[in-house]
Design a protein around this ligand. Structure first.
Ligand SMILES: Nc1ncnc2c1ncn2[C@@H]1O[C@H](COP(=O)(O)OP(=O)(O)OP(=O)(O)O)[C@@H](O)[C@H]1O
Length: 721
């Protein structure tokens, strides 16, 4: 506050008369100081930065506060005075003024830094916007800067008109309005209203309360009343100000407790005007010294009035103790009048204190209640959402716990089964209803369709907040329920990092639910069908090994599972391009006898893809684990060359013989390490030997080569990341 005084003292040169008598051509800039810190400060900054306010210029900072509500108390009515309440009022008013002054602090600091003189115009009115228009007229503001702020929470709910739009419509013609938003002027409006400054002084009936008692002669501000305007050229200490306002006359406005509306009582005001001269409509700079003088003079006015009253009442002769008729002495009259004045004043202040405190609390409570109700609504909604989320999360957790338990039990049983050769009938897959599947796929919405294979359509879906792939098997493939469930039992127990996991099923409608593989099939990636960049050679090297590991796992299961139709489309890639084999629901049906290590496939159970098919199987109809090795050979050569399976072995063999393999390699995979590529190409050809006995075994022949080339691939992949 000290600093404020220092700056403000520079303004003492500007008297109200000076302000009022300023040159008609002078630009009078006003800035609306909102109750939020951001609301107006940006406008001032803009005005300074753009020299809208010239160097050593002058600005009027207009801040309107809503008045403290109060009750009308009839003068002279008897009220018991509670000294504590008086103190409360004092504190309340002190706080209020401090609040008002705080709004100005940063503005003053900014003006001071930029050598701009200022006037602080603090007024109170129920309608901030209307008061601003009145201020424009009164202060003859020619340019008003208004910072547009985002609609506050309650305003949004209530949907009331913003100050800026009101000002757009009501700013007097002589004043142009500049609306600043986000530090830039959004609009410059020369109002269409053509009212002269004087005409715009006319107020509405509710404003009149505060204006009709204004005097054109310069009278001091006595009342800090509900809508009375105050202007400071320098901030007085709140205490000093409060003591002034507390010594004022009675209020001229009444408040309806039911509506909370402050209304005027003309009769009351008129009588008050005699004793409570208000600030003149010409708002200029009023110095603290002159205010103090004025205050003193006002007190004398009051005293004078009381003296007159007392004199009238007491000038009557009275009978003394001795029985003689005497007239009261002057000192006695003065004494009585002074006592009456003090008594009246105490009574008024106490009454006002009690009423304003109670009404204030009613109003505050009403407002708080409204806000609280709005908040309560929002919080209730949030609480509901959070409760639902928590319930869903708990359910999911519970389900996962159950699944984990099942998985653990299954693993235990499997290991037991592996050692004892027995099978368990315990379900290890999660069962979903068809309604759940429909909901998960949005009724099998075409947008969710991932593809279609020999056995049915595949959809993307969300089950329990998890993305899954749902394979809806074609009807004719729907085996009897018991058989289907038996298959599921086996498939769901196949857990391997390079096998697509079967998460569950809907046996009634033959739906299989798999983990979702975000990067689709190897075929889609190799031919960039998803618009993704080509797979680099080192990822392809890694995939060879991953697929071989998955095959070895299947072949090593107690039931010895042959995949039977391994191909690019049956190898899927997850988000991190880790490959996993899918579609083993057909292969699992082929149980290889532990004695012969071979079985005959029936047409319905085993439908190989011809180009990938092992010639041995085509010749004999017997599938063995070597059948998968043959398919792996084709897959390797395809990933090296990006060529179709038919005739691929012949082409690669020839290229190798000519020492021209590099011509065959898929150049989009990047610079292949040639030695490693040749080693893999040879391995692929070996896997494709027509006779199974000439093919390498996975454990020895295949892994030896694939693992040896991984070093080159591994270091390149690490560098690529
Ligand atoms: N788990 C999955 N995650 C993501 N996409 C998948 C998944 N399973 C299948 N797809 C997509 O659905 C397509 C069809 O798969 P599906 O297994 O039904 O047929 P296919 O393997 O392409 O052909 P076929 O049945 O003849 O072997 C795949 O190409 C793939 O793009």
């Amino acid at each position: 506050m000290g600093e404020i005084k220092e700056v403000a003292s520079k303004n003492e040169r500007r008297t109200p008369q000076m302000t009022d008598e300023a040159d008609e051509n002078e630009q009078r800039i006003g800035i609306c100081v909102g109750s939020e810190r951001s609301n107006g400060l940006g406008a001032l900054k803009w005005a300074i930065d753009t020299k809208f306010i010239p160097m050593q210029g002058h600005v009027r900072l207009l801040h309107v506060m809503r008045p403290a509500p109060s009750l009308h108390i009839r003068m002279g009515s008897k009220q018991s005075v509670d000294p504590v309440t008086e103190e409360k009022v004092l504190k309340f008013k002190e706080k209020r003024l401090e609040t008002a002054m705080k709004h100005f602090e940063e503005y003053i600091e900014l003006c001071k830094r930029n050598k701009i003189t200022y006037e602080l115009c603090y007024t109170e009115n129920d309608s901030v916007r209307r008061e601003l228009v009145i201020q424009i007229s009164t202060l003859k503001i020619t340019k008003l800067l208004l910072q547009k702020s985002p609609k506050p929470f309650l305003k949004r709910i209530v949907g009331s008109e913003s100050i800026s739009s009101y000002m757009r419509k009501n700013t007097p013609g002589f004043c142009s309005l500049v609306v600043i938003q986000n530090g830039v002027p959004m609009e410059r409006i020369q109002s269409r209203r053509t009212l002269s400054p004087d005409l715009t002084l006319s107020r509405t009936s509710s404003d009149r309360t505060n204006v009709m008692s204004f005097s054109h002669e310069l009278r001091p501000p006595i009342d800090g009343g509900v809508s009375l305007r105050r202007c400071f050229s320098r901030p007085n200490s709140p205490k000093a100000f409060i003591s002034r306002t507390l010594s004022r006359g009675a209020r001229d406005d009444c408040t309806d407790l039911n509506t909370g509306q402050v209304t005027s009582k003309t009769e009351q005001t008129t009588s008050l005007a005699l004793s409570s001269p208000y600030l003149p409509p010409v708002i200029g700079t009023v110095h603290a010294d002159s205010k103090l003088d004025a205050q003193r003079s006002h007190r004398i006015d009051l005293l004078q009035r009381n003296l007159n009253e007392a004199e009238l009442a007491q000038r009557r002769p009275y009978r003394g103790n001795s029985g003689e008729i005497t007239f009261p002495k002057d000192e006695e009259i003065v004494e009585t009048a002074t006592q009456k004045l003090a008594g009246d004043q105490r009574q008024r202040d106490a009454a006002e204190c009690a009423s304003s405190t109670s009404f204030l609390s009613v109003c505050c409570h009403q407002r708080e209640l409204e806000e609280l109700k709005a908040w309560e609504k929002i919080l209730r909604k949030r609480l509901e959402e959070e409760t639902n989320n928590r319930i869903a999360a708990n359910e999911e957790l519970e389900r996962e716990r159950r699944l984990r338990k099942i998985a653990e039990e299954t693993a235990l049983e499997m290991s037991k089964a592996a050692s004892s050769g027995t099978r368990t009938d315990h379900n290890s897959w999660w069962q979903y209803s068809f309604e759940e599947i429909e909901k998960a796929t949005d009724n099998f919405n075409a947008m969710n369709k991932l593809g279609q294979g020999t056995y049915g359509k595949v959809y993307k879906g969300i089950l329990h907040h998890t993305t899954v792939a749902i394979k809806l098997l074609a009807k004719e493939r729907n085996a009897d329920l018991h058989e289907f469930q038996t298959k599921l039992e086996l498939l769901s127990r196949l857990h391997h990092p390079h096998l697509v996991m079967l998460l569950g099923a809907c046996p009634d409608k033959a739906c299989l639910i798999y983990e979702y593989m975000a990067n689709g099939s190897l075929e889609e990636q190799l031919y960039s069908q998803r618009g993704t960049p080509p797979l680099p050679w080192f990822i392809r090297f890694r995939i060879f090994l991953e697929v071989a590991r998955a095959l070895l796992f299947l072949h090593s299961c107690p039931q010895r599972i042959v995949h039977g139709h391994l191909k690019l489309r049956n190898v899927l890639l997850d988000r991190g391009y880790v490959s996993k084999i899918t579609d083993i629901h057909v292969a699992e049906l082929v149980h290889i006898s532990s004695i012969s290590n071979a079985t005959t496939a029936t047409e319905t159970l085993f439908t190989p893809t011809s180009a990938y098919m092992d010639p041995h199987y085509l010749r004999t109809g017997i599938v063995t684990c070597d059948t998968d090795v043959y398919s792996l050979g084709i897959l390797i050569l395809q990933l090296l060359t990006k060529r179709p399976p038919l005739g691929i072995a012949f082409s690669v063999e020839e290229a190798l013989e000519r020492g021209q393999l590099h011509e065959m390699l898929d150049q989009s995979a990047g610079p292949w390490p040639l030695d490693e590529a040749m080693a893999v190409a040879r391995l692929g050809l070996k896997c494709m030997e027509p006779k199974p006995k000439d093919r390498p075994t996975l454990e020895t022949g295949v892994f030896t080569v694939l693992e040896s080339i991984q070093k080159a691939a591994g270091s390149s992949e690490t560098t690529a990341h």
